[in-house]
Design a protein around this ligand. Sequence first.
Ligand code: NDP
Length: 278
Amino acid sequence: MRQQALRLCLVGSGISQSPSPLMHQAAMQSTGVEGTYVLRDLAPDDIDTFVAELRQGRYTGCNVTAPYKALLAERCDLLEGDAESLGVVNTITVRGGRLLGTTTDADGFELALSGASMWPRQGATALVLGAGGAAAAVALALTRVPLLRLRIAARRASAAASLAERLQGSGDIATVPWDRDAIAATCAHSAIVVNATSAGLADLPFDPRAVPEACSVVDLRYRPRPVDVVTAALETGHRASDGLEMLLQQGLLSFEIWTGKSAPPGAVRTALVRAVEA
Ligand code: NDP
């Protein structure tokens, strides 16, 4: 049976440079799926109209990015998987006027790190910098490592505490003060540090060059490349990665949710790198 053409979009604010359309167009092309993927850069006042458009079938699905991940989760009729635990969505499927929401960020992060052999081992310590949407997804993913000690540091201590609270019951989770000494002391026995803030090297109380050799460094930012935190970590011989592979993996998972098809990562990665580095 011929699949209905997809009508997809990314909804967010300040997204004019997003590489998502090119990524999903490459996924469609390589799987022979027809469809479109456009950007909807919206102000908060436009969200009601957008939700009505979704329900009326203007789109078959959408991705959601900052700052609407929690707001649109509230508008969904059903939240599945991690979306239910986190109260955020990055993927919505429209079915018979109903909005089914999920998030592929945590799984995308795990796939990206596993592919780079950077996924922490049982009993390791992991430090997450930041307490926003991406930090929550990363933290949730990390709680799946058996006996992991998860540490969270954010410039607003209340945001770090609230994220730790939300994950309560998922293991050994604690917050760390947002200062150089406390972060360095945690890094000293961490297997991985993840920068899940939108801040770069100059604004972080964290020096990737000073972490132990065995500690991997991940920065979820993917633009501009090379990402400064990653460059600094690589210079000192650490394993390090930016957020491009996570972006790819979460996108491939969204595509699979909408179509039931796995797009070939190689072809989509090539399109994504071209879009990000353009
Ligand atoms: P949010 O706005 O939800 O959270 C941003 C976080 O960064 C907050 O904790 C915020 O703190 C903190 N922050 C911002 N500026 C600074 C600063 N100067 N110093 C210290 N902390 C700061 O954004 P997201 O969580 O969605 O995104 C965070 C980053 O992750 C972005 O760079 C984004 O591009 C990237 N990302 C990558 C993805 C991928 O697939 N690779 C997926 C999603 C995000 P406060 O609350 O105090 O403002």
